[in-house]
Design a protein around this ligand. Sequence first.
Ligand code: PLP
Length: 389
Amino acid sequence: MREDFLLLNPGPVPLAREVRTAMSEPMVSHRSAEFESVYERAQNSLDYIFERSSLDGTKTTSGGTSLVFNGTATMAMEAAVANLAGEGDEVVTVVNGKFGRRFKRIADRYANVTPVEFDWGHPVEPEAVAEAVSDDTKVVTMVHNETSTGLLNPVAEVGEIAEEHDAYFVVDGVTSLGGDEFLVDEWNVDVAVTDAQKCLAAPPGTSAMYATPRAQEAFDGEKAPFYEDLDWHLRKAESHQTPFTSAVPLFRGLAVAVENIEEEGMQERISRHRSQSRAFRAAFMAMGLSMFPEKNDESEYSNTLTAISLPAGVRENPDAFFDAVTDRSVSISGGQAHLGGEIFRVSNMGNLSSEQILRGVRAIGEAFHEAGEDVDLEAGMAAAREQLR
Ligand code: PLP
């Protein structure tokens, strides 16, 4: 792979050189002091991220524990649900995209599930959630930033409903944490999960969880899958170890990546992500394209990835367009499941520079020209530059 190949997929995202270097250091035992120090560094910076993801720099929570798992966020989502709910327990899951559906499919394996479903790309209607949640509800699950559609979901409103009924609120912050606001206490979040390879800009293969003291008290590791017993993970984490063999190189890469985030500062990082996603949106609108889905209110759009409807002409042969992007050493994503061939998705997660955002805009505009779509590339570039200024 060329060094300058630019990944603009919604994860994995490009890695900093020092993250890649950290992964190739000589191996150590996962029971050594060296490893404990790696995990401790990762935990400290993850605490910072989970507790300081606010635009105004204020602390959003305290007193919880950050855990790192061997395994991607799907495993962390399962661990959260399976340690809180079991046979006979009621779980309400909010679904308006692929990852909301994943939470539902996970919860289906462990508990009685009431899904609150909307079309993919349709905003979550809190009134419908309020109807489904009752005092019998043990857990409510929801995705903050729905990666399959580029929609930002109303976590605050749903968290309020969960709190009114004393239910545990488990939130997937996979494509928001580390790049956008995530207000743990204000939103009544009990468990937050995220992936390494998204806004954290770490190698894929690990995931992270923030468990509040309230959630920790409720965990029942005995009923969870053996590998995902969170009581055990929490016990071992006190001495900065994991119950089983840790993926040492991945933990090392993660530790450096999250330290980099702490160095940048979450306030700066959130502002940067917001201006970069505005730049993508403005560029594609100026080119004459349409957002997927079209919304009146900008605040409903993700600040870490942008989903755009493919024009009718390009839908006839979307591969020609995607190949033309790749020919320019840039990688973007198409739609998932039934949205395949209907949209493209471009990410601004991680550590991208303004130049990389502009390179993405140019590559996509040129690819449209090559695919026979007459978009106004220079207007798109000017609109993006304006937002990045
Ligand atoms: N949740 C969201 C919002 C995601 O975007 C993803 C991955 O793209 C996941 C969960 C699951 O991630 P993984 O496949 O890494 O387990």
